[in-house]
Design a protein around this ligand. Structure first.
Ligand code: GLY
Length: 357
């Protein structure tokens, strides 16, 4: 692989050009009941916080907090955090996720730091940690996005291992069930039952669905460190039984993930196509820039999707979580059932998101 350009050339915006030096971290200002109060951090007067999608976010947050709680950097936190979910044995994220309609698991992931550096991979097969490949794309190439075979080649050249092209036990069962009808139909809030074996049961929320399945989807994580910097990450195996080659919102910067260190960070989960068509994460950031709280900004964009989808909105779920520069967190979803985990110095808690219905 040819030598790539230095990082300096890609740092086309820096903190001083954004006026960050004059931006004061004021601490928590509650704006809705859903938003989370933060404690103080002995490392600085800035209070770290990490927010992640779904109940799987609880375990992911613990790994992120190991970095943030020790005064570490936010980019390391958001990478380490979602790697926990990518490692889960029976989860929709990572290689144990549901395959495409041809029976192959294809992965999408993205990462973005506080200086507009970003990297992503899409349609990546047989690599265990797509989020780490996305970070290498960001840090070691002149590009933002690598897909398919090229992304895999790059991963191998970076020392990642090629995993077997097999399905997890749960994915195999789901796929065999799906093959009977072979119809593509999104299911709101449900990907598959999540294995709880690797999680601390005391951290788990009660099942939200009558059939006892855990509701979860893509893992998205946004965080603020004690340096006052924001970063975000997002990783998924995408929609189960999708067409081969389908890419969702998660690896698309501005759709599934966006970070502007002057304003805030946002990540999306749910029906990727409907997040992409409104440039969802970027749209939420712009609403925060105009003064909305994180929850209000998420609501504004979800309502827009609701208007666009009209009657079809009942068939899909779309959710956003947002974190602003002050450390205020919020979320909003199209339908009930979405939850998100917030870790501050006061602990790691699961919150039910507000929704349109
Ligand atoms: N939000 C994940 C996907 O649609 O692929």
């Amino acid at each position: 692989m040819k030598a790539f350009m230095s990082m300096d050339r890609r740092k086309f915006l820096n903190l001083s050009s954004l006026g960050i030096s004059s931006f004061t971290i004021t601490g928590f200002i509650p704006t809705t009941a859903q938003e989370i109060a933060l404690g103080s951090n002995p490392m600085s007067n800035i209070n770290p916080v990490v927010v992640a999608t779904w109940d799987a976010g609880l375990a992911a947050n613990l790994a992120a907090w190991k970095v943030l709680g020790n005064g570490g950097k936010v980019l390391d936190a958001v990478e380490n955090g979602v790697k926990v979910t990518e490692d889960e044995i029976n989860c929709c994220v990572g290689l144990s996720g549901n395959p495409d309609r041809d029976g192959h698991v294809t992965l999408d992931a993205s990462i973005m730091d506080h200086e507009f550096n970003c990297g992503s991979v899409a349609f990546l097969e047989r690599i265990k940690h797509p989020i780490s490949v996305a970070r290498r794309v960001m840090e070691k190439t002149p590009h933002v996005m690598l897909v398919g075979e090229g992304a895999q080649q790059f991963a191998l050249s970076e020392g990642f291992s090629l995993e077997p092209d097999t399905l997890s036990e749960d994915a195999k069962k789901s796929y065999e069930g799906w093959l009977k009808k072979s119809e593509y139909k999104p299911v709101i809030n449900i990907e598959r039952k999540q294995a709880t074996s690797q999680l601390d049961p005391s951290l788990m929320a009660p099942p939200k669905l009558s059939n006892g399945e855990w509701n979860h989807d893509t893992i998205g994580m946004i965080a603020l460190d004690s340096f006052g910097n924001l970063s975000g990450s997002c990783t998924t195996s995408g929609a189960g039984f999708k067409m081969r080659g389908r890419v969702g919102d998660s690896p698309i910067i501005g759709a599934g993930l966006y970070v502007d260190n002057e304003v805030g960070a946002v990540v999306a989960t749910g029906q990727g196509e409907d997040v992409i068509r409104v440039a969802g994460a970027s749209a939420v950031v712009e609403q925060m820039r105009q003064g909305k709280s994180p929850a209000e900004a998420c609501k504004f964009v979800v309502e827009r999707i609701r208007r666009i989808k009209k009657d079809k909105a009942k068939d899909i779920q779309v959710c956003f979580i947002a974190l602003n520069k002050k450390g205020e967190a919020g979320a909003f979803a199209l339908h009930k059932g979405f939850n998100y985990a917030v870790h501050t110095k006061d602990g790691n808690k699961l919150f039910e998101s507000s929704s349109i219905d």
